[in-house]
Design a protein around this ligand. Sequence first.
Ligand code: GLU
Length: 447
Amino acid sequence: MTSPIVRFAPSPTGKLHVGNVRTALINWLFAKGQGGKFILRVDDTDTERSTKAYEDQIKADLTWLGLEWDDTFNQSGKFAQYDAAADKLREMGLLYAAYETADELDRKRKIALSRGRPPVYDRSALNLSDEEKAKLEAEGRKPHWRFKLSGNRVEWKDLVRGPQSIDTSSVSDPVLIREDGSYLYTLPSVVDDIDAGITHVVRGEDHVTNSGAQIEIFRALGGTAPEMAHTPLLVDAEGGAFSKRLGSLDMGTLNGRGILPMAILSLLAKLGTSDNIEVRETLDALAADFDFSKIGRAPAKFDERDLLALNATLVHAMSFDAVKDQLAAISPEAANEAFWMAVRENCQTVQDAKPFADIAYGRIESLIDDEDAAFIAEAKMLLPAGEVTGESWGDWTSALKEKTGRKGRGLFMPLRKALTGQEHGPDMGTILPLIGREAIERRLSRA
Ligand code: GLU
């Protein structure tokens, strides 16, 4: 097989969320695993809704993820080519002017449905004479332009869904150009796919019906349709449709929460496949695992808890060098190797080190209730001698339990409140050596 050439084609009308990133990733893994090319196509034909700011953000996010592209272009720079393709289709009698308003089309759909017929456009525009068209235009109506489907079955072997067959007689002739002259995505996409020599169109299954029409347009314009792969869509953890919540999981938000690119990429690459969900350290490793045949037909459930678990695995293995700058941003004292080695097992994100740093190095207002004062005084006396280590907490609380008869919450909570100033917080065994003897003794003494 020749090396694949694929494209990821976002519209710059919003930020990249986990759903778009999954499509980009699957394209990237498939192409790169075989020495192919990954092209970033910016679908900005909708000049009203597209912005340069979103385009720049999309590029920054893909770069952050490591999904580098071999080439990129904007559809807004290619209108002359789309116009030429539209002219060619007109000459072939495959692109025809229609004048119905949205209301008229709606009425036709309702009538068809009430007669038990599928709500497919009836092609009445094809019967308009030149005089009738001229009259409509004189009334101020502008045409929109529809592609004339063959009415035959279009078949392809989808790399994810298997054999597909779309009966184009049961689909309305798609509008390719709106009455204001703007292009819908259907035609420009085909023109660009031919132009860029795209070998595989890989996208979400919401595009399956489009593929029927687009394959006919490929053929009409003299190209062969690329191979197609339509992946099931992402759903939320409860199995509900792609929700606002998932849509709001854009890369900036995830980065801000300390989620690492390889956690996102590992989850999105494995979700809905026959592989186990586990972390991989590089995109190349994910590419080596990739195969379309592993992608199942069921919707892929995206659960943020899986994302955090994968992130935690990566964070637990992160070296001090890799996190030094982030720790320094938390506090100067936190940027030390012993601190990181002690706390990293307790962190799902590097930011999770902050409460540890606050308690170890921050100014703490000890909380000692009157009824615990004697107990805390006892605790101060029983603090094991010598260096405070990972074992000290266990030794200390065992000795205190023996001496005072306290156990459970009554034993641990007064110590936590005195040493951290809070009722909740990080594991005391981990934090104790970081606080250090001097501060421990100070916090146990009532001011
Ligand atoms: N801009 C289109 C979308 O985001 C591209 C679809 C395609 O990959 O063909 O839905």
